[in-house]
Design a protein around this ligand. Structure first.
Ligand code: ADE
Length: 221
């Protein structure tokens, strides 16, 4: 999969893509991530990418021209264009799964006070990572890249994500590691019983119990 990220702040991504699972996925060619500074596409002699809003108001608004030119340059028939914006559809695990079948994702990071409304016309999806406002779309783009990349074939073992929270609309079951007793807190007996049928059943029940307590809205689905 190829992922192109349109941003004014490519350096923000460096550390995030240089560690752990994402780093390995890049090194093994499972994902190819390109950071594109759309300032490189501006026609403006002073490299401007934003201007004041028509009708007045605070802040600067990203202009159409650099983003339109950039998208027209990189888009192919296989591309899916995603705009990160707080007024987009709220991102879910289900969407991450859907995006794993894309050949080419283009993520547009908005910034400053906003972007020209006509930029939305370029996009197949508008996505928000939650009901709060960040300074820009860079962190949301990182969230998408991370959540999609870990699901690509061969990046982590299937066993690692098959029991993820949100799989089957259930939260994950509790897990423990050594020691068996830590400060009087004991690991549930069933987990050391060696009876894998019993363990599977316990985990399923705990998943349902936890989801009922914390996210009853998921069970309604
Ligand atoms: N840009 C600013 N806030 C955002 C959010 N919550 N989701 C996606 N993009 C954003």
């Amino acid at each position: 999969m190829r992922i192109d990220i349109l941003t004014l702040f490519p350096d923000m991504f460096n550390g995030v893509f240089e560690e752990s699972i994402i780093k390995r996925a890049i090194e093994s060619g499972k994902v190819n991530i390109n950071l594109i500074n759309f300032r490189d596409y501006t026609d403006d002699p002073h490299n401007k990418v934003d201007d004041t809003p028509f009708g007045g108001g605070a802040g600067m608004v990203l202009m159409c021209q650099p983003i339109y030119d950039c998208i027209e340059d990189i888009k192919t028939d296989d591309s899916i264009v995603v705009l990160l914006t707080p007024d987009g559809e709220v991102y879910k695990q289900e969407m991450a799964k859907k995006f794993t079948s894309a050949k080419h994702l283009i993520l547009i990071c908005g910034h400053y006070e906003g972007f020209d409304e006509r930029i939305r016309k370029l996009c197949d999806y508008e996505i928000s990572i939650g009901d709060y406002v960040l300074t820009g779309g860079e962190i949301p783009a990182m969230v998408l890249v991370d959540s999609i990349t870990r699901l690509l074939p061969g990046v982590i073992t299937e066993e690692s994500y098959i029991n993820d929270s949100f799989q089957d609309n259930l939260l994950d079951y509790p897990t423990y590691t050594k020691p068996r007793v830590f400060r009087d807190m004991e690991v549930p007996e069933v987990l050391v019983s060696g009876d894998h049928k019993k363990i599977d059943l316990w985990r399923k029940e705990e998943s349902i119990k936890r989801t009922k307590e914390r996210r009853p809205d998921l069970l309604e689905k």
